[in-house]
Design a protein. Structure first.
Lengths: 456, 336
């Protein structure tokens, strides 16, 4: 108990801060911060597995997040029948062609020795394949995108409950990570960072511009929800009764019937959105706890010890007979899959998929700040990092506004400097993150909750 | 005649823009490669440092414009660049003193320095946005075109016009002057030689009496000059927007790695490799084929290899291929 005192203290302070937001701002804001903190925590757990356990730098987090979001679309949206009949066959045929191409390349790789000839054969297979695929898919894509472009214009999904997408998102992200890992894991650390950053940009470019699959920058809105809708809740009797019971003290003070009714209505509207957010919190909390148990078990298992050995001294681990390449690939896939889950959760919560909003600053570098600040190699630290950094990211604007008002208190309200500073308050969050990261890296390089290795 | 038209078409839409864009990338790539070769880390703040320098250029340009000082047909920004460079160098040296020096002295691994540079990236980005705001700004003044498309058509009697923007010419000229001075400095002067020695083998360089503090300071000064000029030229040619500059970091990294990181000449050529392949692969060749081929064989589609949306993807694919088959770059840089 005493050993974990700092963990408990850190988490209680964090929860206290969120509760303070609930009391002083509103419970709605507090819960939406809390939900995104939970999603960030899942992302940091994924990044922490790669960086903290194995020392692999992955700057492609944005790409996996977006793939998870894509999974949410492909699972939950109802299939668009006209689009399928317009171009589904062509797309399926192209898919078979791609599989055929990959098999052909694999066959050549196995059959021939490494030589110039083999490289040329592979290159010609790929180029020929791309040309044929373009010819096959083009009419299909055009057909699909012409089907009611204002509403659909894409193939749609499978029409399943959106919860399934959390698993499918993990599979998607893991699959991509497998391919990238095969290609890029041999590179030195900072090269791996740059390569993954660039590959994630390619993923975003594809998601943004392949409208037949993702609707691109036209966004997919109104996704299914695992939680009830606010409008329905506001008309359900048991919910109104619940709100009434909850606020009976406050309502009892109002004697007039119509006034009481309108106050109740107001409370029901507020309560419904809080209730929906609580539903999400519950779902996310389950995911975070399951992942935390699994990652904690893994960290203290023989496998976790082996990963740390590989991280701290690759050559020695190799000499002891551990397959470094294979383990690196495994952990790269696992970590990315977890990030994929977070991507699907994010889209589930928002109810919409906006490829244009995936930017490296928010989805890659911010997550890294979380991992470093929280404490790499320590799951509790990584989760705490997700909470702290996301909390500051949201609350930076009010804090910045307060600071600006404090420092420019002597100036006139219309003074150009004051107006300018107040306008640029949203950017104080970047400043805060940067300075926070630099301070932590300098004075507490292991993070708020440093890695603790104890043999249980 | 059709053939000449086709050539002019390619010159107008591919060659001249790619040359200008390539020059801008090349300056950034040399910046990355110098930092990597001498200070030994991948600087993720590259794009934002360039936007920081450009911001000073814009502020000085505004000041000169308000006072009424100008260069006539040339953009006022050219006058502002030297002043901006002074501020930029000051900023670079400050950052080095307060941030990077500690890790250098402690001999931290490159990965840690790269992480620190992410912190610098956040701070620089915030400062730029707080001072000048996130919106799109044009600060070009003076004569816009050296040759206008219409005039060119009139003079030559061709169907295709060739428009050359003055910013493109300025970009290319300034790049040539700057890069040749830099190579002269690195190859002929004593300081330049000691920089190369330090980059090649730190311990040996220290043994032979080279002062590391001086080397590091000069590296930051050169980096400041490159970042400001590269950024300002890009802003003059297109426009200044902090977010675009952040994104430009990616093709710049690609250029530096393709050219062989740690090798300034490779980085210089890498910039053009990236720029030309981006534009060549995403240009729609339909009109070109209409000139070159007989009428019966005219193509129906746009004859575009990739849609322009995948501009960035091109440079990254080249990078991935180079990393796979020649990890040390086309021109041998440091072996990775």
């Amino acid at each position: 108990m005493r050993k974990n005192l700092n963990v408990i203290a850190a988490y209680s302070i964090m929860m206290g801060l969120i509760i303070l937001v609930g009391i002083f701002q509103s419970w709605n804001i507090a819960l939406s911060i809390f939900n995104l903190c939970l999603i960030s925590a899942v992302m940091t757990m994924g990044a922490n597995i790669q960086w903290g356990y194995a020392g692999l730098i992955n700057f492609g987090i944005m790409g996996y997040t977006a793939l998870g979001g894509l999974a949410a679309v492909l699972i939950s949206v109802n299939p668009v029948q006209e689009a399928w009949s317009a171009g589904g066959l062509n797309i399926l045929f192209s898919l078979f062609l791609i599989i055929g191409m990959v098999l052909a390349v694999r066959y050549v790789l196995k059959k021939f020795e490494k030589s110039k000839r083999r490289t040329y054969i592979i290159a010609s297979i790929i180029i020929l394949g791309i040309i044929i695929i373009r010819f096959v898919s083009e009419p299909g894509i055009e057909g699909i995108e012409e089907v009611d472009p204002a509403k659909t214009g894409f193939l749609g999904g499978l029409g399943l409950p959106i919860i399934f997408s959390w698993i499918v998102g993990a599979l998607f992200a893991g699959g991509l990570a497998f391919v990238i890992g095969k290609v890029a894991l041999g590179l030195r650390a900072d090269y791996l960072a740059i390569a993954t950053l660039l590959i994630s940009e390619i993923v975003i470019a594809i998601i943004k511009h392949e409208d037949w699959l993702t609707r691109g920058v036209k966004n997919v809105i109104g996704l299914k929800r695992p939680a009830p809708y606010e409008v329905n809740l506001q008309q359900t009797d048991w919910f109104i009764n619940l709100v009434e019971k909850f606020n009976s003290g406050k309502l009892g003070l109002i004697s007039d019937f119509t006034e009481r009714q309108s106050a109740l209505n107001q409370l029901v509207i507020e309560g419904s959105s809080v209730f929906v957010k609580l539903c999400y919190s519950g779902l996310f909390l389950v995911v975070v706890i399951i992942l935390l148990i699994l990652t904690q078990k893994a960290l203290y298992s023989p496998w976790g010890r082996m990963m740390r050995a590989i991280r701290d001294n690759e050559e020695a681990a190799n000499a002891m007979g551990k397959n470094v390449v294979k383990q690196h690939l495994l952990i790269f896939v696992l970590g990315s899959a977890i990030v994929g889950i977070a991507g699907a959760m994010l889209v589930t919560q928002d109810g919409l998929f906006t490829p244009g909003s995936y930017r490296p600053m928010r989805y890659t570098f911010l997550i890294w700040v979380m991992v470093i600040v929280g404490g790499s190699g320590n799951n509790f630290g990584a989760i705490l990092g997700g909470f702290v950094v996301w909390f500051l990211w949201i609350e930076a604007a009010p804090i910045g506004l307060y600071l600006v008002n404090l420092t420019t208190a002597g100036l006139d309200d219309a003074h150009f400097l004051k107006v300018h500073l107040i306008e640029s308050v949203p950017y104080f969050r970047f400043l805060m993150m940067g300075i926070g990261l630099l301070l932590i890296m300098r004075y507490r390089p292991k993070g708020i909750l440093p890695e603790k290795i104890e043999i249980k | 005649m059709d053939f000449v038209n086709a050539i002019i078409l390619l010159l107008n839409y591919i060659f001249v823009p790619a040359l200008a864009y390539g020059s801008q990338l090349a300056l950034g790539a040399i910046f990355v490669t110098l930092i990597y070769g001498i200070l030994r880390f991948a600087n993720f703040a590259t794009g934002d440092m360039m936007s920081f320098g450009t911001m000073f250029t814009i502020l000085f340009t505004w000041y000169f414009q308000s006072v009424g000082i100008g260069l006539g047909v040339l953009p006022t920004a050219l006058l502002a660049i030297p002043f901006a460079i002074i501020f930029m160098i000051g900023y670079m040296l400050l950052i080095d003193k307060f941030v990077f020096k500690y890790y250098r002295i402690n001999k931290s691994p490159p990965v840690q320095l790269a992480m620190v540079s992410i912190g610098v990236m956040f701070v620089t980005q915030a400062v730029v946005r707080i001072i000048i705001g996130p919106s799109d700004r044009r600060f070009f003044d003076g004569e816009k075109f050296l040759i206008k498309a219409g005039e060119f058509k009139e003079i030559t009697g061709l169907n295709e016009g060739l428009a050359i923007k003055s910013t493109q010419v300025i970009t290319i000229l300034v790049t040539i002057i700057l890069v040749s001075t830099l190579f002269w400095f690195l190859n002929k002067t004593k300081t330049g030689k000691s920089m190369r020695a330090y980059s090649d083998n730190e311990d040996l360089a220290l043994l032979s009496g080279i002062d590391p503090k001086k080397i590091v300071m000069i590296t930051w000064i050169i980096a400041g000059i490159l970042a400001t000029i590269g950024g300002a030229l890009y802003g003059l040619d297109k426009s200044f927007k902090p977010f675009t500059y952040f994104n430009n970091m990616l093709p710049i990294f690609a250029a530096a790695i393709v050219g062989g990181i740690g090798n300034p000449f490779g980085a210089f050529l890498g910039g053009y490799v990236i720029a030309f392949s981006e534009i060549l692969l995403t240009y729609a060749y339909r009109k070109f084929f209409m000139y070159v081929l007989p009428e019966s064989m005219e193509p129906d589609g746009l004859v575009q290899l990739l849609s322009t949306d995948y501009k960035f993807a091109v440079s990254f694919s080249i990078l991935v291929i180079v990393l796979l088959y020649r990890p040390s770059g086309i021109f041998k840089g440091k072996v990775l």
